[in-house]
Ligand binder design. Structure first.
Ligand code: PGA
Length: 221
């Protein structure tokens, strides 16, 4: 079995002060746990990325960084965009195709394809989100996250069995090496997902905001 991949997706939350407090608490707890073999990826807002990366590097924490989005354009005259080259200074992963961006910002498959290209051209590992088993995956990904919108932020996760069946079919179609589940994951239910044969980890939104809850997720995964 693969060691679980645990992603904290902070979404549009936290100031710089909040982020540093979170990291300090996590660092203390990880020290008590004497490190962990699990892959931990933190995805903060762009405004926090440089500070978060600096803190993690300085304290030598076993945490990788990722972004919640990436520009579909290269560097150049694209006001407001953060491009892959800029991201690659501070992060190694990029979430692409989250349902909130598809729904609220109208991101189309054509846009997502360009984003994937930009991420890959800058050596970022894509975490590609799908909403159900019919969502197309761009090419073949390292990591796909199955996140049914009805389970996101609602306190009503999908069943581990159904998530496992979808993860299995994504892998059978060679769409991903690793498949994660996301949607109302907490420290209480995480082990039911990570115990499944085809689920390689979790993408956590709300429950990742509290460092102590996220530490419990790391422990229980
Ligand atoms: P949630 O969000 O854990 O708050 O349900 C998950 C996600 O959208 O990545």
């Amino acid at each position: 079995m693969h060691t679980p991949i645990l992603i904290a997706n902070w979404k549009s939350n936290k100031t710089r002060g909040d982020a540093l407090l979170w990291l300090k608490k996590i660092a203390e707890e990880l020290k008590v746990m004497q490190q962990t073999q699990k892959t931990i990826i933190l995805c903060p807002s762009f405004s926090l990325l440089s500070n978060v990366h600096q803190y993690i590097t300085k304290e030598n924490l076993p945490i990788a960084t990722g972004t919640q989005d990436i520009s579909a354009f290269p560097q150049g005259p694209y006001t407001g965009e953060v491009n892959g080259r800029q991201i690659s200074e501070f992060a190694t992963y990029s979430i692409i195709g989250h349902s909130e961006r598809r729904e609220l910002l109208g991101e189309s498959m054509a846009t997502l394809e360009k984003k994937v290209q930009m991420a890959q051209a800058n050596n970022l590992t894509v975490i590609f989100c799908i909403q159900d088993k019919t969502t197309p995956v761009v090419g073949s990904m390292d990591i796909v996250a199955y996140e049914p919108p009805m389970a996101i932020g609602t306190g009503r996760p999908d069943t581990p069995e159904n998530a496992n069946a979808i993860a299995s079919s994504v892998k059978a179609q060679n769409k991903a090496s690793y498949v994660l589940y996301g949607g109302s994951v907490t420290s209480r239910n995480v082990s039911r997902f990570t115990a499944m044969d085809h689920i390689d980890g979790v993408l956590v939104g709300k429950a990742s905001l509290d460092p102590l809850e996220f530490i419990e997720i790391i422990k229980n995964a």
